[in-house]
Design a binder for this molecule. Structure first.
Ligand code: IPD
Length: 335
C-alpha cells in the first residue's frame, strides 16, 4: 500500500489529465474486464475517487507502457543480434557496450518522455555518458536497455530489457523482457509476479544442499576483488550445493529465482539498473532480498542476495566474502 506524500499527490494531479486525455487501456484487459476491476472505467468521473485508486490507475498505465516499450526494444535487440557491431568498453576492458545498447536506451527514454514528460530516468548508458545516478522520491524509470551485453556481443542466448519504475525510492513496477526466450516478466508491488501473464513463485526449498545458486563474475578484473569472488564461490560450491549457474544477466538470474528454477542469486558489482525491475519480481514471487552481509538490501550498493526464503539467504550470506565497490550514487568523480 502506498504512503501518499505531497509529492505523490501532486504527481497524481499532474498525471491524471495527461493519462486520461490519451484514453489508455490496460494491456490485455478488455474494457469489460477493466470495468469489473474498476467500475469507474468507462463511466462518469467520480469526484470522490480515492487518491490510492488514482495512483493504481497511473501505475497500471506505467506498467502497460513499460511492457509495450520493452517488447519494442526486444525486437530491436533480436534483429541486431547477428549484425556486425562496434563493441566499445566502459569501466574496464570487459565492461562492454554497443551502439544497440545506446539506441535501445534512447528508444525507451524517448517513448516514456512522450507519455510521462515529468518523470525522471536512470539509464545505464545515460549514466555512462555522465548523467547523474541519484534516486529521488520522484517517479523514476530505471532502465537497462540490454542486460547481458556480453551475451549479446557473443550471441549467447540470454539477454534482457530491464525497466523498473520507482516512486518514493521504492520500486513499484518491474518489467524484465528476456527477449530471446520471448519471456515477459512483470510485477507490480502487492499484485504478484508474472511470466507471460502466468503467476511465478519462488521454490519452497529450505535446504541449501538441495539448491542451485546463481551468481556472476561481473566485469571487474581487479585481482583482489576476483580473489574474493572465487573464495565465495568455493565456499558455496563446497557446502555442497547441487550446482552453481549464471545466465550472464543479473535480471534473468533474479527472474530464475522468482520462477523457482534456482534458489538464490548473489553478486557484488552489478548496478541498480540490472536489479531494480527484477528485485520486485523476486519479492512479489515470495522471495527475499538481502545485503551480502545480511541486513537490508540497498539497490545502490552494488551488492545483492536474492533468495527464495530467509533461510537460504542467511545461509548464503555466511559464505560470501564481502567487499564494497563504489556505490552507484557516488559523485561522478568518485566512480
Ligand atoms: C551485467 C550483467 C552481468 C553482471 C554484471 C552486470 P550489463 O550487466 O547483469 O550478469 O555480472 O555485473 O553489469 O552490463 O550486461 O547490462
Amino acid at each position: 500500500m502506498f504512503c501518499l506524500t505531497a509529492a505523490s499527490s501532486n504527481l497524481i494531479v499532474s498525471l491524471e489529465s495527461h493519462v486520461s486525455t490519451r484514453g489508455q487501456k490496460s494491456v490485455g484487459d478488455p474494457p469489460e474486464a477493466q470495468r469489473k476491476k474498476n467500475p469507474e472505467v468507462g463511466s462518469k468521473r467520480n469526484p470522490s475517487r480515492s487518491c490510492s485508486s488514482k495512483m493504481a490507475d497511473i501505475l497500471q498505465n506505467v506498467m502497460d507502457h513499460a511492457v509495450a516499450v520493452a517488447r519494442k526494444a526486444g525486437e530491436v535487440v533480436r534483429k541486431a543480434l547477428h549484425d556486425e557491431r562496434k563493441v566499445m568498453t566502459k569501466s574496464s576492458a570487459v565492461d562492454l557496450v554497443t551502439q544497440t545498447d545506446q539506441k535501445v536506451e534512447q528508444l525507451i527514454i524517448q517513448s516514456v518522455k512522450e507519455k510521462f514528460p515529468e518523470h525522471r530516468f536512470i539509464g545505464e548508458e545515460s549514466v555512462a555518458a555522465g548523467e547523474p545516478c541519484i534516486l529521488t522520491d520522484d517517479p523514476t524509470w530505471i532502465i537497462d536497455p540490454i542486460d547481458g551485453t556480453t551475451n549479446f556481443v557473443h550471441a549467447f542466448p540470454f539477454v534482457a530489457v530491464s525497466i523498473g519504475f520507482s516512486i518514493n525510492k521504492q520500486v513499484e513496477v518491474g518489467v524484465v523482457y528476456s527477449c530471446l526466450e520471448d519471456k515477459m516478466f512483470t510485477a507490480r508491488r502487492g499484485k504478484g509476479g508474472f511470466c507471460n501473464g502466468e503467476p511465478v513463485q519462488v521454490s519452497d526449498q529450505t535446504d541449501v544442499h538441495q539448491s542451485i545458486i546463481a551468481t556472476e563474475f561481473g566485469s571487474s578484473r581487479d585481482p583482489e576483488a576476483v580473489d574474493k569472488i572465487f573464495c565465495s564461490l568455493r565456499n558455496i560450491l563446497t557446502l555442497p550445493v547441487h550446482g552453481v549457474r549464471g545466465a550472464g544477466t543479473a535480471a534473468i538470474n533474479m527472474c530464475l529465482v522468482a520462477s523457482g528454477c534456482v534458489e538464490a542469486y548473489y553478486e557484488i558489482g552489478m548496478h541498480v539498473w540490472d536489479l531494480a525491475a527484477a528485485s520486485l519480481l523476486v519479492t512479489e514471487a515470495g522471495g527475499v532480498l538481502m545485503d551480502v552481509k545480511g541486513g537490508d538490501a540497498d539497490l545502490m550498493s552494488r551488492r545483492i542476495v536474492a533468495a527464495n526464503n530467509r533461510t537460504i539467504a542467511e545461509r548464503i550470506v555466511k559464505e560470501i566474502v564481502p567487499f564494497s565497490p563504489t556505490r552507484d550514487d557516488a559523485p561522478p568523480h568518485n566512480r
